[in-house]
Design a binder for this molecule. Structure first.
Ligand code: SF4
Length: 307
């Protein structure tokens, strides 16, 4: 049972240091998806809860977004919903904080001004696009509840986090909805006309079958992102304990990568992914900036490639 409390915050938007996003919004503090490898555990220092990560959430309450203040600072910027929590936790069904945030952002995204046809002119390229782009990252099919809102944003992308198609392995790694439910929701969003991506992250060395995930999501994605397991101090101990107890044959590999800092695994993976890209005729790059929109979809974007 997740411990739940309410947290008042001055603003739901905060500056983001993550690549590809200028602003971040997290309607909850904490995350009941309780992923073994969660990089966001450091957020617990801002919480009143002392239980294990995954056992609590704080439901954020924030002032309504002020168009006069927010429109100028969001103009031409990107907003990421779900950088340190999942915006579609099971609790979202009751609290609807992500839905509320979408409604507030949608109000900001509507064209305004003296020109009643400003939106039409923007579409025709006759006015500069002053809107913001929105990206949501989730492991939950609850996002399909909000398709009515998502379809109204001029620039929106939904990203499903899937790092295995093995349901038994998934059950050991997170408490989020099943892979089958995520794949079904990905298809629903794709078929509804939204821009979609799959984030194969973290790639768990020796456990994540990247080819299997690419094969499963490829028909329903415009982009497939991949990133490595990064053992931040707060998740290093649980991951290594899991490997030692449940996957002991992988202990030498994890020691090589995370203790001896050997990059060979990631170099080999980069080579393997390039082969998949060639065989499947998919564009391949290691940076968002290299994606060419006119190319065949989906593009493979491998952030795990050593530089
Ligand atoms: S869904 Fe994301 S934020 Fe939530 S526990 Fe998993 S990795 Fe952490």
């Amino acid at each position: 049972m997740t411990q739940t409390s309410v947290k008042s915050v001055k603003s739901i938007l905060s500056r983001s240091q993550l690549p590809g996003s200028d602003w971040a919004a997290n309607p909850y503090l904490g995350c009941s998806h309780a992923c073994l490898y969660c990089y966001a555990r450091f957020m617990q220092r801002f919480s009143e809860h002392s239980g294990p990560w995954g056992s609590f959430i704080e439901v954020k309450d924030w002032p309504e977004l002020d168009p006069i203040k927010e429109r100028p600072r969001l103009a031409g910027k990107s907003i990421l919903i779900g950088s340190v929590t999942d915006p579609y936790l099971p609790e979202e069904a009751e609290f609807k904080r992500t839905r509320t945030l979408l409604q507030q952002l949608l109000a900001l995204s509507q064209p305004t001004g003296l020109l009643s046809n400003a939106g039409l002119l923007q579409n025709e390229g006759l006015l500069p696009d002053e809107g913001f782009s929105l990206t949501l990252i989730t492991k939950s099919d609850l996002i399909t509840r909000d398709l009515d809102l998502l379809k109204q944003f001029p620039q929106v992308r939904v990203v499903f986090s899937i790092n295995t198609v093995d349901e038994a392995l998934k059950a050991q790694l997170d408490a989020a909805p099943s892979i089958a439910r995520r794949l079904s929701a990905l298809k629903t969003c794709h078929d509804a006309g939204l821009k979609t991506a799959c984030f194969i992250a973290p790639i768990m060395p020796g456990l994540t079958d990247v080819a299997a995930v690419i094969h499963a999501v490829r028909p329903y994605c415009h982009e497939i992102w991949l990133d490595s397991l990064n053992l931040h101090p707060s998740c290093k101990e649980p991951v290594l304990r899991y490997i030692a107890s449940q996957q002991p044959h992988l202990k030498p590999l994890y020691h090589a990568i995370y203790e001896a800092h050997d990059l060979n695994f990631w170099r080999e993976l980069d080579r393997y992914l390039r082969q998949i890209a060639v065989a499947c005729n998919l564009p391949y790059c290691t940076d968002f900036a290299e994606i060419k929109p006119s190319e065949a979809k989906p593009a493979l974007v491998n952030f795990s490639a050593p530089s």
